[in-house]
Structure formats: C-alpha cells, structure tokens
Design a protein around this ligand. Structure first.
Ligand code: ZN
Length: 392
C-alpha cells in the first residue's frame, strides 16, 4: 500500500472540519463531571453519522457512550474524556482528548473497511474523570471485557511523552465527634474534636518521615469548629493517600486509620473514617504500546521526550490492569512553559490552532498503533508480553 501517513492525511481531511467544530464546541460549552450531556451527544451523533453503531447511556451512565464498527477481534478501544473543571472551563483540555478519540476511531474504521481487515474499533466515552472516575464504573459493568488494547492521549504543558506511570490514590473523610462546652467557663465538660484533628495531622507528620519518598499524604481541615469560646463537638478533615504500588497503598490505609483512631483515643472523642469516591489504582501503562507511540511521535515531528513517572492520579490507572493500555501526552503549549495544566491559560491553549494541529497528529498516531496491532502478529505478541496482569 502507499505510505500509511499519506493515506491517513487524505482520510482525515474528510473529517477534520467537523472534528474541530466539535472540539471547539465542547471547549466553549464546558460541562462539569457527570453533567457532560452536550459533549456526549455531539460525539455520539458524529460517530453515528460516520457509520458507527452507537450506544448512548452506555452501561447505565447518563453521559457515557460506546460506538463500534467492524467485527470480531482484535478489538481496539479509543477512550474519550470530556469533562471540564469548576471555574476554569477546559483547564485540563479534555475537549482535545475527545478530538483524538474521534479522529483515531474514524481513521481506523476506514482502514478496516478499505482493506477488508478483521477486527473491531470502539470509541468509548468515559465521563467524570475529574470527579468520580467513571472508568471504574464502566470496568465494573464489563465495558472492557472483550477489548484487546485501549488507546487514549491527554494534552500537556510538558513535552509530548509516553504514557507515564501514575500514583494510585485513596481519598478519605475523617470525622471526629466530641462534646461542646463553654471554652472558658466549663472546658472540663467538653471533649475537643478539633484537638483530635490536630493530633491526626501530627500523627501523619510523624509517619511521613518513615514513608518512601514516592508516597504522598496530604490533607485539609474542612471543619475546625465555629467559635473560640465553644469547644468544638465536631471536626473533620479530608485526606488523600498516594503510592505507586497498590499493596503499599492498602498498607498506608491501615496505618492512616490507626493514626485517626489514636487521635480519637487521646482526646476521648469518636472517629469515623470514610473512603470517598473510587480508589484509583496506580497506572501501569504498556511499554510496547508506549514505544510505538514515541516512535510515531518522532515521525510526526512532535519532539517527544521520555518523562519521569507522575505522582498525579487518574481513573485511567484502573484501565491499565484490564488490557494493555496507554494514555500518551501531547504538548499543546509550545514554548510557553509557564502555562501549567489546570489553569485558565491552559484552557485558552486547548482551543488554539497549535493544539488542534497536535491533536490531529496524535489521532493519526493512535490510529497507526491500532492498525499495527490489527495487522502485525509480532507486535501483538510483544504487547501481550509487556502486559503483566493476566492473559489477553
Ligand atoms: Zn485531565
């Protein structure tokens, strides 16, 4: 066949205007986690118009969707995200993740049909990455059971890079309850819940010194009482624990709960430690897929760099245990290194011509990785060998 890059260039032209329109429309109408009705609808409509079989409200999630074409295996899944951040619109640039998934999906579908390949392509819309982590709900509902590989890419203020390892995260709300009393007239009648929160922080600080450098524990006080002359009968704090190893993260949970119990014991208060949201597993991207991503990013002149692992966390971490998966990064800020992700300036960049150009290249790269997986047994074998979490 003629040069694959040229073929993809021709294919993409037929979709470019509409994909860019969708990406900019999502950008200009930011929707928070779980409320992404417009973003889900415009993507599903587009894929339907391109001949995909679309399931809306996928697995019972109002703003999830799944769009498939082709038949049988291998089954390549492109993941889309499209939620925005409170107060800053698309400060994480998820509108561009959607563009990559749409582009990658339509390109691979066309390669499958034009070349009569065996295999299936799915674009899966995964809501609420910033808040709830709906990929975990989708996995629990069996959404990835017959998927062979998962491909996604996220915009970045750093260099275009491989899918880096990410921390797992557990989130807690700790509530202490004691007894209120006048702080001057009858302090001996009170049980001070704020003291328990202070001791929780002291205990965590002492523990921190014994933790490996790669772990993180960070908290804020969300309720510290109402007035200095009232002994606080309730007090609360939110805490995040992070680690690169799931077993270690679970051991941190036990230690953290014990510190909270100790703080309650010292103050004669009662404590409740609740896990909130889903636990995100540490992300373990597939190195063979990563190598392909980096090699192609080089070919597309995106100046890729292999970066260190990240202490941030994402619900994509759980995906990496279900199937060989990557979540590559593509730079959208150019030389403007002072602009960081989760900022209003980054949101501005997420609608720039440069970002749309990088998005297009990344969509082509992901479709090429999908194509390589469909057509080359040696590549499939290497990807399987680099996947430590069971057979595929
Ligand atoms: Zn993000």
């Amino acid at each position: 066949m003629e040069n694959l890059k040229e073929v993809l260039g021709t294919y993409y032209k037929a979709h470019a205007a509409e994909i860019e329109e969708i990406v900019l429309h999502i950008h200009d109408h930011p929707e928070l986690s779980g409320e992404e009705e417009l973003a889900a609808r415009v993507q599903a409509d587009f894929l339907e118009s391109r001949g995909f079989e679309v399931k809306r409200n996928f697995k019972g999630l109002k703003t999830a969707f799944s769009a498939s074409a082709g038949e049988g295996r291998p089954h390549i899944c492109f993941m889309s995200e499209y939620d925005a951040l409170p107060g800053m619109g698309h400060g994480c640039g998820h509108n561009l993740i959607a563009g990559v998934a749409l582009g990658g999906g339509v390109l691979l579908k066309q390669l499958i049909s034009d070349q009569g390949l065996k295999g299936r392509v799915t674009v899966m819309g995964t809501p609420a990455e910033e808040k709830r982590g709906c990929k975990i709900d989708l996995i629990a509902a069996g959404a990835l059971e017959d998927v062979d590989i998962v491909l996604m890419a996220h915009p970045s203020h750093r260099a275009t890079s491989q899918s880096v390892e990410e921390s797992g995260i557990m989130q807690f709300v700790v509530r202490f309850s004691g007894k209120s009393a006048h702080a001057a007239a009858a302090p001996e009648e009170g049980l001070n819940a704020l003291d328990a929160v202070r001791l929780l922080f002291c205990g965590v600080d002492a523990w921190r010194q014994q933790l490996p450098e790669t772990c993180r524990v960070h908290g804020v006080i969300t309720n510290g009482g109402v007035a200095p002359n009232i002994i606080p009968d309730t007090a609360a704090a939110d805490f995040y624990l992070r680690a690169f190893d799931m077993d270690f993260l679970l051991s941190m949970k036990t230690r953290f709960e014990n510190i909270a119990k100790g703080a309650a014991l010292m103050t004669d208060t009662k404590v409740r430690v609740e896990t909130v949201k889903h636990t995100y597993k540490p992300g373990k991207p597939n190195m063979e897929l990563n190598r392909a991503f980096m090699e192609l990013a080089q070919e597309y002149d995106m100046a890729p760099e292999w970066l260190e692992r990240s202490r941030a966390s994402s619900d994509f971490g759980d995906v990496t245990y279900e199937a060989p998966a990557i979540h590559g990064f593509f730079n959208i800020t150019g030389q403007k290194r002072e602009i960081t992700i989760h900022s209003k300036k980054f949101a501005d960049c997420a609608a720039s011509p440069f970002a749309l150009d990088q998005m297009e290249k990344t969509a082509k790269i992901l479709s090429q990785i999908g194509y390589r997986y469909l057509t080359r047994e040696d590549f499939r074998k290497k990807v399987a060998e680099a996947f430590p979490f069971g057979s595929i």
